[in-house]
Design a protein around this ligand. Structure first.
Ligand SMILES: Cc1cc2nc3c(=O)[nH]c(=O)nc-3n(C[C@H](O)[C@H](O)[C@H](O)COP(=O)(O)O)c2cc1C
Length: 367
C-alpha cells in the first residue's frame, strides 16, 4: 500500500498505532505500520529507558512520540487538592470504601502528577529525552507545538503531527508547522470532540489538503481502513484495538472487560479528567452519573481529585471499578491476539474490500 503517509515514513502500511505501552509500539512498527508512544505520563528518566529500548528493538524502523504540551504550568497535586470542595473529597472516599480500593503500592503520586504530566516544563524535559533517540515523528495531543519544538524537530528530521477534532484545530496545527494531522471522531477512545469520524475526516481533508490526514476513531477492521481512504485520508490512526493485544500492559481484568464489551458499553464522561473522555462504562463512572452525585470538577481539579484512586484501581485490578479509555470499536475487539496478527488481518481485509470495490465499480461502469 502506498500513500503520502507511507512515503513520509518509509513504512509498508498507512496504519498508525497510538499506545502507552512500548511493546505495542514496537510490535506495530515491526509489522510494517508505525507505533506512536504516548509519553505524557512518563517521567523523563522512565522515558529515557523506554526510548533506548525502542531504539534497540526497532533497529532503525520508525516510531513516534505523542506529547501533551499545555500552554501554562499546572499547579502541583497538593495545591490543587487544597482547593477542592470537601463534599467532592467525601464522595471519592465513599467510592473507595464501596469498591474496596486499597492504598497505592508505588506511592509517588505527588512526583508523577506534580511534575505536571500537564506542564510545559515536563513536556520540554520529555522532548529533550526524545531528541536523543531515533524518533521519526512527534505528535501534539493538544494544540500546535511550541515553535522551539517544531524547529528542533525540523533540524533533526522529525516529522510533526497534530491531533484534531475539528477542521479549525487542523488548520491551527498546519499554521503551527504540522506536516500531517489526525482527524479524530467522537467514537474514539480518550478525549474526544462531538463529531463522528465519517463526517469529520472529509472536512479536515478539505481544510488542510494537500497536507495528509490520518483518520482516527472507530477503525478496527480493513473495511474501516478502506472507508478512511475513501474519505480522503492517507491512512488511519488507531488506539483502542491494541488494548486487547497480547503486548498490551493493561491489567488482565480490564482486558477481560473490554473483550466482553459491546459498542454500547462506552461513555463520554468527565469523571476521570474533568474533560469528556470516552471510556468503558464501569460502576465507578456510573456512580458519578447517579442522582445525588456531585458534578465532576473542571480540569485539572477532577483529575487531581481522583488520580490516586484511579491509579490504585488499575494497579490492583479492583474488579468492579476497573476500566479503560476505549472507543466504540470495543464491540469488535473480541479476541486476545498478537499485535502482528491484528495488523495482518487489517491489511488482508483491506485487500479483500479493495477487490470487491473494484468489481463493483467495474460492474457499474460496464467494465
Ligand atoms: C487508552 C487510550 C489513551 C489515549 N491517550 C491519548 C493521549 O495521551 N494522547 C493522544 O493524543 N491520544 C490519546 N488517545 C487517543 C488515540 O490517540 C486515538 O486518537 C484514538 O484511540 C483513536 O480512536 P480508537 O480508539 O477508536 O482507535 C488515547 C486513546 C486510548 C484508547
Amino acid at each position: 500500500m502506498q500513500t503520502k503517509m507511507t512515503t513520509m515514513f518509509g513504512i509498508e502500511y498507512p496504519i498508525f498505532a497510538f499506545s502507552h505501552c512500548r511493546d505495542v509500539v514496537a510490535a506495530v512498527s515491526k509489522a510494517g505500520g508505525m507505533g506512536v508512544f504516548g509519553v505524557s505520563a512518563l517521567l523523563p528518566e522512565d522515558l529515557e529507558t523506554d526510548l533506548a529500548w525502542l531504539d534497540r528493538e526497532l533497529q532503525g524502523r520508525p516510531y513516534g512520540v505523542d506529547l501533551v504540551v499545555p500552554e501554562s504550568e499546572g499547579k502541583d497535586l497538593e495545591s490543587l487538592k487544597a482547593e477542592i470542595p470537601e463534599a467532592h473529597k467525601r464522595f471519592v472516599a465513599q467510592l473507595g470504601e464501596r469498591f474496596g480500593v486499597p492504598e497505592r503500592r508505588s506511592g509517588r503520586a505527588g512526583r508523577e502528577f506534580g511534575k505536571g504530566t500537564w506542564g510545559p516544563k515536563l513536556a520540554a524535559e520529555q522532548w529533550q529525552v526524545a531528541l536523543n533517540h531515533k524518533v521519526a515523528a512527534v505528535v501534539s495531543a493538544l494544540g500546535p507545538l511550541p515553535p522551539s519544538i517544531v524547529e528542533a524537530a525540523r533540524a533533526n528530521n522529525i516529522r510533526v503531527g497534530g491531533m484534531s477534532g475539528a477542521p479549525e484545530h487542523a488548520r491551527r496545527h498546519v499554521a503551527g508547522g504540522a506536516e500531517f494531522v489526525i482527524a479524530q471522531g467522537t467514537e474514539a477512545g480518550g478525549h474526544t470532540g462531538d463529531v463522528s469520524t465519517f463526517v469529520l475526516v472529509p472536512q479536515v481533508v478539505d481544510a488542510v489538503g494537500p497536507v495528509p490526514v490520518l483518520a482516527a476513531g472507530g477503525v478496527g477492521t480493513g473495511r474501516q481502513l478502506a472507508a478512511a481512504l475513501a474519505l480522503g485520508a492517507e491512512g488511519v490512526w488507531t488506539g483502542s484495538i491494541w488494548l486487547t493485544s497480547n503486548e498490551s500492559s493493561l491489567h488482565p481484568r480490564a482486558v477481560e472487560k473490554l473483550l466482553a464489551a459491546s459498542s454500547f458499553d462506552t461513555v463520554r464522561s468527565r469523571a476521570r479528567t474533568g474533560k469528556p473522555l470516552r471510556q468503558l462504562k464501569t460502576a465507578w463512572n456510573q456512580a458519578w452519573e447517579a442522582e445525588g452525585a456531585p458534578k465532576p470538577l473542571p480540569a485539572p481539579y477532577q483529575r487531581a481529585l481522583v488520580y490516586e484512586q484511579m491509579q490504585s484501581i488499575e494497579e490492583h485490578g479492583v474488579a468492579e471499578p476497573i476500566g479503560s479509555a476505549v472507543g466504540q470499536i470495543v464491540g469488535t475487539m473480541n479476541e486476545r491476539r498478537p499485535a502482528a496478527r491484528i495488523m495482518r488481518r487489517l491489511v488482508e481485509e483491506y485487500a479483500e474490500v479493495a477487490d470487491q470495490l473494484r468489481a463493483t465499480i467495474n460492474t457499474h461502469l460496464g467494465d
